[in-house]
Design a binder for this molecule. Structure first.
Ligand code: JHZ
Length: 397
């Protein structure tokens, strides 16, 4: 049974950056009601009404995983660790984006799956065998027809985006070799609850995983988790190491400890999520209050990072260009466009934060250190960042 605990109201598709804000364009903008539920049977947290993936993952997909130094380093590190620990020969990545993980492997050893055709083109051009499709049983059969069973399947920030997890995990079981490993990482619900980072809920994050929920789900597909890593990336992520139930891997201590910790945190209790929902409402109220107060004093506020996460905040808090003048972002294909739903102009962050800016809301709060280093002059001249994580505060030096 699924029970709703959070309502973030009318939200757009986070990837739908608008090329213009003519009435005709705005008329066509798609919105849905974002509510989040807990499944009381398996403790999975999911959006109650996921959007059709075909309208999300198109040939206009904007996010480029290699846009931050932090993530380039993180993918290099995990690639090195996986090669060393599992010595895989046949490898596959699901959701390869612009190839930031792939590039750490020899072209012949790895195949990629990426449904956004503009992204699949990038890795294809670099010489990686890329299937421009959604991951499902049909695709697994097509791939396995031509390739050996896989020793390593890796996926970052993708499995949580797929509505049908049963089919996803069945297809993984089908594709893995006897002792093959399935390693996947996504934002962690334990961190979201702790950090009050409710902006991790948006159309693409159909689910936010805990170890408790993933253990239950994998069990239904004859798979099991044998190890985990808690990661600082994306404001708190979890990496699961899974295999077939009969494979040689033993459960690690880290895994056992995290299960206990999750129970202590109450990730299996509806009341935990209800309390979180109250904190979300307070966060909204305090953010609006702060922005309005600063505006009243004549301060200029912008936002830093046209993230998918910040689409949730702007739409839930009804933040428009009267409060946030514009958004800075380094991604070329977001620049010159408008943010989904609230239509704030996105400009290039190449030239640093301009001198007339007093405050910058951290849309990309997960890259706080990287951005602070880059924008040290802004901080030195008295500029301040605003964040809502874990509570509304100003960051200066
Ligand atoms: P970032 C995306 O979410 C979408 P978003 C996706 N659904 C997902 O799961 C997560 O990633 C993992 C810019 N930037 O990574 C680049 C600068 O401008 O937090 C990006 O547009 N200057 C797949 O969008 C954005 O900020 C900088 O110095 O919430 C960061 O987006 C840096 C470091 C970033 O993901």
């Amino acid at each position: 049974m699924k029970k709703i605990f959070l309502n973030l109201h009318k939200q757009p598709i986070t990837n739908s950056y608008l090329a213009n804000i003519n009435p005709k364009t705005l008329q066509k903008e798609f919105f849905y009601n974002l509510t989040v539920s807990l499944d009381l049977n398996n403790y999975l947290v999911s959006l109650s009404n996921p959007v059709d993936p075909k309208i999300q993952y198109t040939n206009k997909y904007a996010h480029r995983a290699s846009q931050s130094i932090t993530m380039r380093k993180a993918f290099k590190l995990v690639a090195t660790q996986l090669k060393k620990r599992f010595k895989p020969i046949h490898i596959m990545e699901i959701g390869s984006n612009d190839g930031v993980f792939l590039k750490n492997f020899k072209k012949k050893s790895i195949i990629a799956v990426e449904p956004c055709s503009n992204l699949a083109q990038i890795t294809k051009k670099k010489g990686y065998k890329t299937y421009p499709n959604f991951w499902n049983k049909k695709l697994a059969e097509k791939i396995l027809n031509k390739n050996s069973k896989l020793d390593l399947i890796y996926s970052a920030n993708t499995i949580s985006h797929i509505p049908d997890l049963k089919q996803t995990f069945d297809a993984i079981f089908f594709s893995l070799s006897e002792n093959g490993v399935f390693v996947f990482e996504d934002p962690y619900i334990g961190s979201v609850i702790k950090m009050n980072s409710y902006d991790q809920f948006y159309d693409e994050h159909v689910h936010l995983f805990s170890l408790l929920s993933i253990s239950n789900l994998l069990n239904n597909s004859k798979l099991k988790v044998f190890d985990i890593d808690l990661l600082p990336t994306h404001g708190g992520s979890i990496r699961f190491y899974a295999c077939k139930q009969g494979a040689k891997y033993k459960n690690t201590k880290k895994l056992i400890n995290l299960k206990l910790k999750e129970k202590k945190q109450g990730l299996d209790k509806f009341s935990t999520y209800k309390k979180f929902a109250i904190r979300v409402k307070n966060s909204k109220r305090n953010l609006i209050k702060l922005l309005k107060k600063l505006k009243k004093k004549g301060k200029k506020i912008i936002s830093y990072g046209a993230t998918y996460k910040s689409a949730t905040i702007f739409n839930y808090c009804n933040i428009k260009s009267d409060l946030i003048s514009y958004v800075l972002d380094s991604t070329k294909n977001k620049q010159g466009k408008y943010t989904p739903g609230k239509h704030i102009l996105i400009k290039s962050s190449e030239n640093f934060i301009p001198e007339d800016v007093d405050y910058a809301f951290l849309g990309a709060w997960n890259f706080e250190n990287e951005i602070k280093n880059k924008e040290i002059d802004f901080l030195r001249r008295g500029g301040k960042f605003i964040t809502h994580v874990p509570k509304i505060k100003l960051i200066g030096i």
